[in-house]
Design a binder for this molecule. Structure first.
Ligand code: NAP
Ligand code: SF4
Length: 669
């Protein structure tokens, strides 16, 4: 496929963007780290080198009240300008352009000085905000302007004003958060003046030749959100106030509708931007779940937008645009929208990285250098750990042979990719396969490694993964008992009445598989399931949801621990799984004990009372154990042996850990 539209320039009058791709704003955590700005400079420079048309930084607060957390970065004085110069210089040296995002968190600020139009607490923040006195409102507008002026001084090509996702500007715009009786509330004209005053104030201060992107909330996805006519009117006023580009914002953070998770179909929100197309003179940008250049080109060709913004795809592959426009789109390391190493890390106060690209945000630390001594290395197992190690070692010049007992690479990724809502993992396997070819790794499929095969290798890496944990319950050997592999690999057909023992990541995935199989949801099915109103008849773009039901299927999901299921899953996705299971009628029981399995099903006890769950199939999803038998055998040989991924320990095993361990070992040998 050619990417003519994607690769066509955008003439903004005073400057030209070389293509139609924006790297959207992402907070990485480096903003607050010691020497973080030099790391950020390397991070953004790599993306500029990779050809993206315009980069937008993570959100920077215009004052201390607007910070998301007490230590979040702000732009308030000349000394802060200095560190930003590191970024702008590095990006410009690579021929890129970059805007600084100005973000005032409003009532989403996680500190006691949170400010908001009205003192209405957010359901996702333990801090209640202070209502902004009149003079603080006008002062805040001036501080947005000051931040933009300082950004200009720091060498940025422009700013993005964050007006969506439920942050301060968005909070002024709906009665959900604004019940003021003064000139900043009561009517649309009043409440929208906060946004337009910020944009016109910035334009006046920075002059004509400076980009102002405005991130417009086009779909609030909350009760009492904005109506479409208000959004359209606001867009026009923002344009009149001096914005150069309008970017799309989807959903407030407190909305209980998924907007970027993996189960959201690709391009599921592009219809929102399309509604505004033809009504504005300035370019409109589509966002959310756009992760391939093919989809981006399609949306541009269809007239759904003038530009596309992708954020996480640039964590996954800094060379996204360069690869696309040079005919190498099959070599792109695709973001799988898992959130596991980006957003979930940020929520855990860790620096962001990427599950499929451990180099992300570590550009100054992790570098591929040629090996000083070329070795012949055998890797056993082609799951995420084995493939990552093989590719990294081959990139460094080693001679690598990858053994795989199955007839395809990928290991457990094959199981995940076969579950509805998790298809993106196919892209990771495609990427691995292409890279193994590019770097001439000798891949031996259907080839079980034996001790005798070890001869002739300088090093051996064992990446044999994990096995289902066997558990001990009375009746566990009953023929109706199987494990998750049997069902996900398709060797056993699901029964109508099923009990799943264990409600961790795999138990939840297995429940989803029973309910939805491996079906890929269409955008229409997704919007119906979650109650998103494409006709936009109601405020916030909401309508009643029609959850997917599979009434023929009875599923019990069981956990011995009390409390909610999926507690160890990522914060950004666990709530979605819980809601989906609830909507689908899965019977979740926690705090139970397993008593006995028998012909009639399984006896469990809850609060001392025994009950029988009448089921025809029991699927054990009780965690995993290391598959390390071969490793232990190999230790008897006089060859350096290494062990990575699930074969080392199955605790807290996930694809992120596996890929990281494979890559780090590959960089070391
Ligand atoms: P897990 O998350 O550790 O869950 C194992 C479940 O089995 C728990 O619910 C546990 O709860 C139960 N269990 C443990 N020992 C048991 C025993 N002896 N008898 C009965 N029940 C027992 O492990 P997993 O589900 O196998 O997942 C493996 C790894 O993959 C995890 O790190 C997981 O986070 C990751 N994963 C992540 C995702 C994702 O979407 N992010 C998806 C799949 C897997 P009780 O002991 O309380 O019953
Ligand atoms: Fe995408 Fe997952 Fe990487 Fe985040 S961690 S950028 S969601 S692949």
């Amino acid at each position: 496929m050619s990417f003519d539209k994607l690769n066509s320039p955008v003439d903004l009058g005073f400057t030209v963007l070389k293509n139609r791709v924006i790297m959207g704003s992402m907070h990485t955590g480096l903003e607050e780290e010691k020497n973080g700005f030099s790391k950020l400079a390397a991070f953004y420079a790599a993306r500029a080198r990779g050809g993206v048309g315009l980069i937008i930084t993570g959100g920077i607060a215009p004052d201390r009240f607007g910070r998301l957390a007490p230590n979040s970065a702000k732009m308030t004085n000349h000394s802060e300008v200095e560190e930003h110069r590191l970024i702008t210089k590095a990006v410009h040296a690579e021929g890129g352009k970059i805007c600084m995002q100005i973000l005032h968190a409003g009532r989403y600020a996680h500190h006691p000085f949170a400010l908001a139009p009205s003192s209405i607490q957010s359901p996702i923040n333990r801090f209640a905000p202070w209502s902004m006195p009149f003079w603080i409102v006008t002062q805040t507008i001036r501080r947005f302007v000051r931040a933009a002026k300082l950004a200009q001084e720091a060498g940025y090509d422009g700013v993005e004003v964050m007006g969506s996702e439920g942050y301060l500007i968005n909070q002024f715009l709906t009665s959900h958060t604004n019940n003021r009786r003064d000139e900043w509330g009561r009517s649309f004209d009043n409440s929208s003046r906060f946004a337009t005053s910020i944009v016109s104030g910035i334009r006046q201060a920075v002059g004509r030749d400076f980009i102002i992107v405005y991130r417009l909330s086009m779909l609030d996805l909350i009760e009492k959100g904005q109506s479409w006519s208000e959004i359209e009117l606001l867009a026009k006023r923002i344009e009149e106030a001096g914005a150069t580009i309008i970017n799309t914002g989807i959903g407030w953070h407190e909305s209980r509708i998924p907007t970027i998770a993996q189960m959201v179909p690709r391009g599921a929100y592009s219809w929102v931007t399309k509604r505004l197309m033809g009504k504005m003179r300035i370019p409109l940008v589509a966002t959310n779940r756009i992760n391939t250049p093919e989809l981006a080109e399609q949306l541009l060709q269809e007239g759904a937008c003038d530009m596309v913004s992708m954020a996480r795809p640039f964590l996954a592959d800094p060379d996204f645009v360069r690869k696309a426009v040079s005919g190498l789109s099959h070599q792109i390391n695709t973001c799988v929208a898992c959130n596991q190493a980006c957003l979930d890390f940020i929520f855990n106060r860790k620096t962001a990285s990427c599950l499929v690209n451990p180099y992300a945000c570590r550009e100054t630390e992790l570098k591929i250098t040629p090996a000083s001594i070329i070795r012949k290395i055998a890797i056993i197992g082609s799951g995420p750990a084995g493939c990552s190690a093989a590719i990294t070692l081959a990139q460094r010049g080693h001679r690598v042979v990858l053994y795989e007992a199955q007839d395809k690479i990928g290991g457990q990724l094959n199981l995940a990719a076969g579950i509805s809502g998790k298809h993106e993992f196919k892209e990771t396997m495609r990427y691995f396969q292409v890279q193994l070819n590019v770097w001439n790794v000798d891949v031996r499929l259907s080839n079980e490694f034996r001790l005798i095969d070890a001869q002739g290798y300088d090093e051996i890496i064992v990446a044999t993964g994990a096995l289902p944990r066997a558990i001990d319950i009375a009746g566990i050997h009953h023929p109706m008992v199987i494990n998750y592999r049997d069902i996900l690999e398709g060797s056993v057909k699901p029964a109508k009445r099923v009990a799943i023992l264990g409600a961790g990541g795999i138990g939840i995935d297995t429940a989803m598989f029973l309910l939805k199989g491996n079906a890929e949801q269409s955008v229409a099915e997704f919007t119906n399931q979650w109650g998103i109103d494409q006709a936009y008849e109601n405020r916030g773009g909401l309508k009643s949801a029609t959850p997917v039901e599979n009434s023929a299927q009875v599923v019990y999901l069981l956990q011995r621990k009390p409390g909610k299921i999926g507690a160890r899953l990522g914060k950004t996705t666990a709530w979605i799984h819980r809601l989906e299971l609830k909507h689908a009628g899965v019977k979740i029981k926690t705090g139970i004990q397993y008593e006995r399995i028998h012909d009639g099903g399984i006896d469990i006890s809850l609060n001392g009372e025994v009950q029988t769950l009448a089921v025809d199939q029991i699927i054990v999803c009780a965690g995993q154990t290391s598959n390390n038998k071969l490793y232990n055998e190999l230790l008897s040989l006089n060859i350096p042996i290494h062990c990575i991924g699930g074969a080392v320990t199955a605790d807290e095993l996930n694809a992120h850990r596996a890929i990281e361990e494979g890559t780090l070992l590959g960089l070391k040998l």
